[in-house]
Design a protein around this ligand. Sequence first.
Ligand SMILES: NC(=O)c1ccc[n+]([C@@H]2O[C@H](COP(=O)([O-])OP(=O)(O)OC[C@H]3O[C@@H](n4cnc5c(N)ncnc54)[C@H](OP(=O)(O)O)[C@@H]3O)[C@@H](O)[C@H]2O)c1
Length: 231
Amino acid sequence: MKKALIIGASSGIGKALALRWAAQGITVYITGRRENLLQEIQQQYPQQIKIAVFDVNTLQNNFHLEKIASEAGQLEAIVYSSGVGEFNKQLDFTIEKSMVDTNAVAFTQIADWCWHYFKQKEKGVFASITSIAGMMSSRHAPAYNASKAYQINYLKSLRLKAAYEKLKLIQFTDLRTGFVDTPMAKAKAKFWVADVNKAAAQMDSAIKNKKKVAYITKRWRLVGWLSRHFS
Ligand SMILES: NC(=O)c1ccc[n+]([C@@H]2O[C@H](COP(=O)([O-])OP(=O)(O)OC[C@H]3O[C@@H](n4cnc5c(N)ncnc54)[C@H](OP(=O)(O)O)[C@@H]3O)[C@@H](O)[C@H]2O)c1
């Protein structure tokens, strides 16, 4: 792989994956709203890392993606890492909406753009960092779990659509992730918390090996299986 784009790479998992790819000599476009953090990451690999600052919720995503793609020439992998995860015990709609906006609405716009982009190129990988939470329900974070379930189902649907249209070289990868040690992992009761670099390494491998679904880290497959059979 020579060129990739990670949407939501100013911190956490997206950042770790960007640094990993840059160290491998891959040109990586990284995005987010916090320009200062993006610049700090770029300084570590000035030749490999390019930055673009935008808020996915303004829904100007097609404009930004066109600009990045025209500069890059050919993006082989695009990863959607932007996400919001909040506990919302009060069921405050504003908080619910922030998760639906980022994890479902902006995700959809970007996934659709990637569909058309890779269809035109006849190959490529779109991957999204979903969550084990998307396989379960939660009374504390209904919109988070529901929006991750949406991503899981949407990716599955795009996979079906690609198979129907015989687009064999386009892959939609569901990076179904358990707890990773980033500010996003807010639950008090956490277990099997993965180091962010370990999670990024497994995502790297899943994307390059064109996996449909990858449990990050691998042991979360067991929880996935239990949730499919008992929830
Ligand atoms: N950590 C975990 O335990 C865990 C588990 C399962 C799934 N995940 C998923 O992994 C993904 C990455 O999360 P993380 O753990 O790495 O947390 P993080 O460090 O908080 O990263 C979230 C990223 O999303 C970006 N983002 C958020 N809202 C955005 C917006 N409106 N526009 C553009 N970018 C936006 C942030 O950039 P800016 O703030 O600079 O915009 C940041 O780069 C998320 O989708 C999350 O749901 C995480």
